[in-house]
Design a protein around this ligand. Sequence first.
Ligand SMILES: NC(=O)c1ccc[n+]([C@@H]2O[C@H](COP(=O)([O-])OP(=O)(O)OC[C@H]3O[C@@H](n4cnc5c(N)ncnc54)[C@H](O)[C@@H]3O)[C@@H](O)[C@H]2O)c1
Length: 341
Amino acid sequence: MKVLIASDGFLTDDVLTTALKNEVPDAEVARLVGTWPDPPFGDVAEVHEALGDEDELIDALKGCEAVISHTHPFTEKVIAASPDLKLISICRGGPVNVNIDAATKHGVMVSYAPGRNARATAEHSVAMLLAAARQIAQRHMEVVNGEWATDYYKFEKTGQEVGASTVGVIGYGAIGARVAAIMAAFGARVLAFDPFKEPGSDGVVEFVTLDQLLAESDFVTLHARVTEENKHMINAESLAKMKKGSILINCARGPLVDYDAVCDSIDAGHLHAAAFDCLPEEPLPADHRLLKTPRITFTPHLAGASQEASRVAARIATADIAAYSRGEVPTHLANPAVLEK
Ligand SMILES: NC(=O)c1ccc[n+]([C@@H]2O[C@H](COP(=O)([O-])OP(=O)(O)OC[C@H]3O[C@@H](n4cnc5c(N)ncnc54)[C@H](O)[C@@H]3O)[C@@H](O)[C@H]2O)c1
């Protein structure tokens, strides 16, 4: 079986080659080297978060039965022009750079790598929560700028201990459950809200209503997927339900939060601080109001970026190529309708 290794700057040729050698040692290999994250990805024809030239990909796919990729554009044009192709294995949580309908139509299976960066994102979310609690980024900038403020021991300016707090986790999936477990290990009381969880306790977490979570939490951390229903679920009304002096963390997705309402709440002295890996626009315009609002810690959407996440993604995706090579259905098949073909 000939497999195209279509690498980029995160899922590197080295990482993908090592994973494929472990899973399918006798595969014949072709290579295409992409450049993401330089430049950033975007739409290529009808697919999203993709980067690369369709004709170059068609050329590289000649004679290949399977391909492993992270960001290359698997458009209808590419799929239709690649008759040897039977499996596209994508090293990411959602195969948004593949035209799934076109793949199904042409009898091509698409697999993906759910949960690949759950641990990386959970750990970063905890880092952001601690940074916001202790104002690490702001105090760091003071030291870098030659200031040595002495107010940090004034009672009202001191930080909050997580272990003495209640942490509210919104969205109890792969990432939320990991964050909850780490917070429980700190000694925090942990509340969680997820529409697919019944109220009650599992020994680590108390599942409660959203209103109870907002009313009782010192920290609220978001880990829900974005749906039509939960856009701006954190808005002026929900912020008003949060405790005065509480802290909001969003390392999930920008559309969950009305950021203008967050600025209003901090300016009004209700919400104490926030930490955001996900923003209303990425990159954030230099004159954005968020940048002028005090006590907000930012990172540029990097929570899922770790070397382990890259290796785990490669392992999950190549395991599905191995399953295919044994005549089995890939575990993480995104288009089961293709099996009817
Ligand atoms: N910042 C990053 O780099 C980064 C990296 C990976 C994932 N993410 C984001 O983190 C979030 C969680 O990812 P995951 O892998 O844990 O997903 P997941 O699918 O495992 O879990 C998401 C959970 O959200 C719940 N949910 C859906 N609607 C909800 C609502 N209205 N209120 C509360 N919960 C709701 C679902 O029931 C599910 O349990 C996603 O938004 C994902 O896009 C961000």
